[in-house]
Design a protein around this ligand. Structure first.
Ligand SMILES: Cc1cc2nc3c(=O)[nH]c(=O)nc-3n(C[C@H](O)[C@H](O)[C@H](O)COP(=O)(O)OP(=O)(O)OC[C@H]3O[C@@H](n4cnc5c(N)ncnc54)[C@H](O)[C@@H]3O)c2cc1C
Length: 515
């Protein structure tokens, strides 16, 4: 009904106090990217942080009160409404450093970090929550508190993956900075199998190839196992160059090329260097599309290293905002732009443990992927599972509230179905309910096949089923009891309630009535 467009922690505290004193339903919104709509509620008072996007870089940051116990570290402080692109522009393009934000450029860091949060290179840098050093947060009593590992450490831990809109309203966050490599490398191609049997063998080969060559901190992003018997690779590497990446992929591409009657290439193979410092530089993407290598034609996989064409990418990977007067850095990856106005029909995620990559388990995993692909596309997001990550990234993620399943998973499997740009009441764009029901059923059947091999996987709080059964265990696993204690301590009366959030089981679905 009403919104507080907050500019600072005092504005937020006023809003929190007003809501508490008047017994109002309260919601908090940053970038508005909650798939589950947890930054919205009918008949509520909204605290909106999007205007709070000041950014300050620190060469040597020590959290308040930690002067005796922590070494200074490079860090950056963001206003809670800072979106990914604003952060990357300040930290990487201008500052030559790296901050763990999301893959999507318009996700707010506050929502992302409270989700745990992954970017394309999380297999190297760890989860976004793992890098949080300090937060300024307004709790339900209206107090503006500092949370770091010396002051309110329990609150800091809960904010690291315990879910947004639950423990208070963040006004500022300070996160650790990391170094960038010289290049990120993009690898993409798509292979179609001629028969179900050939497709089974392709998936099996890829599983073994992944285990032997890609299960390390260099490789993130996705492989898609599609119902039309195609395998699509859309991966990004950290810390390798084009030549090294090409060498790594060659045995797999050779294996495919050696069976021309079974496999056909559907799109060009692209392996391209992107200078890491320019990865989020909109001006760079407008002027210099990165150089990528292509084999000269579809039959020349054998010659990948010797006989290649070097060209610029066929089109930029970003969509630019061409509205008059739009800020120069307004841009989104094409894949994210496609989600605007989505009507989600079904959505599931599941962490796949690295034990499925053991020699004697690979066949079962491959069979499960094939079986699930009969119902819907399975996306394997390798950057959203930390098996293969460096020990420090795993240790940092272990000290967060995210389900510990993330630590030993090689990937997060995501299965979803949606109708693009659907709006009730707008002719030609009406949501298609019948199609949606059928698609939702297929999504469920698809993920059931994966549950059969990963029964205790758990799901990623921000990318999961709205109707997640046993969400407490799925999102937080063994961390849930500790989260409920912290919730009781900082928000005993449940001012902050979100769908399937910590403590929400005590409230009616609309968040108005205590059960
Ligand atoms: C197109 C798209 C791409 C995505 N890509 C990725 C990705 O690459 N990696 C990934 O890990 N996730 C991804 N996500 C999921 C996303 O990270 C989460 O949904 C995240 O919580 C969004 O944060 P937000 O502030 O933008 O959204 P909002 O909807 O504004 O907020 C999300 C939740 O956080 C709460 N919240 C927001 N700000 C505050 C605050 N200041 N204090 C307290 N609570 C707050 C809200 O109440 C809400 O519950 C994507 C989502 C979309 C829609």
């Amino acid at each position: 009904m009403y919104a507080v467009a907050a500019r600072n922690a005092r504005d937020i505290a006023e809003g929190v106090n007003f809501a508490r004193e008047n017994n109002l339903r309260l919601v908090v919104k940053g970038g508005g990217h909650s798939y589950q709509g947890t930054s919205n509620a009918p008949d509520s008072l909204l605290i909106w942080t999007r205007h709070m996007h000041n950014i300050t870089m620190h060469d040597a940051f020590v959290p308040q009160g930690c002067e005796q116990s922590m070494q200074p570290a490079p860090a950056v402080t963001f206003g809670a409404g800072t979106i990914g692109m604003q952060a990357y522009d300040a930290v990487t393009t201008k500052g030559g450093k790296y901050v763990q934000g999301g893959g999507c450029l318009t996700v707010c860091l506050a929502g992302l970090i409270q989700s745990g949060g992954f970017g394309s290179f999380s297999k190297h840098y760890g989860t976004a929550a793992g890098s949080l050093l300090e937060a300024e947060v307004v709790t339900a009593d209206g107090q503006i508190r500092i949370a770091n590992s010396c002051t309110n450490p329990d609150l800091l831990w809960a904010l690291k993956g315990g879910g947004g809109g639950t423990f208070g309203v963040l006004s500022k966050l300070t996160v650790r900075l990391h170094d960038i490599p010289e290049f990120f490398v993009t690898v993409s191609f798509k292979i179609k199998a001629a028969s179900d049997d050939a497709y089974r063998r392709l998936i099996r080969e890829f599983v073994g190839f992944y285990r032997n060559n890609l299960l390390n901190d260099h490789w993130g992003e996705q492989a898609h196992v599609n119902p039309d018997n195609t395998l699509a690779i859309k991966m990004l590497s950290w810390g390798l160059n084009q030549k090294q990446a090409t060498k790594i992929w060659r045995p797999f591409l050779d294996w495919v090329a050696n069976a021309p009657s079974d496999y056909a290439q559907q799109e060009r193979i692209v392996i391209g260097n992107i200078p890491a410092r320019r990865y989020w530089d909109v001006q760079f993407w407008k002027e210099h599309w990165p150089e990528v290598v292509f084999p000269r034609n579809g039959n020349l996989w054998h010659a990948l290293l010797d006989d290649i064409l070097v060209e610029v990418m066929p089109e930029p990977a970003l969509d630019f905002d061409d509205r008059p007067g739009a800020p120069p850095n307004n841009a989104v990856w094409k894949g994210d732009a496609g989600q605007v106005g989505w009507f989600l029909w079904g959505y599931e995620s599941l962490w796949l443990p690295a034990s499925l990559l053991e020699d004697d388990a690979q066949q079962s995993l491959a069979d499960a992927l094939f079986a699930s692909s009969r119902y819907s596309r399975v996306e394997l997001h390798f950057n959203k599972g930390l098996a293969g990550a460096p020990p420090d990234a795993i240790a940092a993620a272990k000290d967060t509230a995210t389900n510990p399943a993330v630590l030993t998973a090689f990937a997060l499997a995501i299965v979803g179905a949606a109708q693009g740009s659907a709006y009730p009441g707008i002719p030609g764009h009406e949501p298609s309910v019948e199609e949606g029901r059928q698609a939702a059923q297929r999504v469920g059947q698809c993920v059931d096949q994966l549950h059969a091999v990963a029964p205790n996987g758990g799901a990623y709080v921000s990318e999961s089923n709205y109707f997640e059964k046993g969400f407490q265990q799925a999102y937080w696993g063994s961390n849930y009891p500790r989260l409920t204690e912290i919730k009781r301590k900082y928000d005993p009366d449940g001012l902050f309630v979100v769908h399937n959030g910590v403590g929400s089981e005590q409230w009616s679905a609309d968040g108005f009535a205590k059960l």
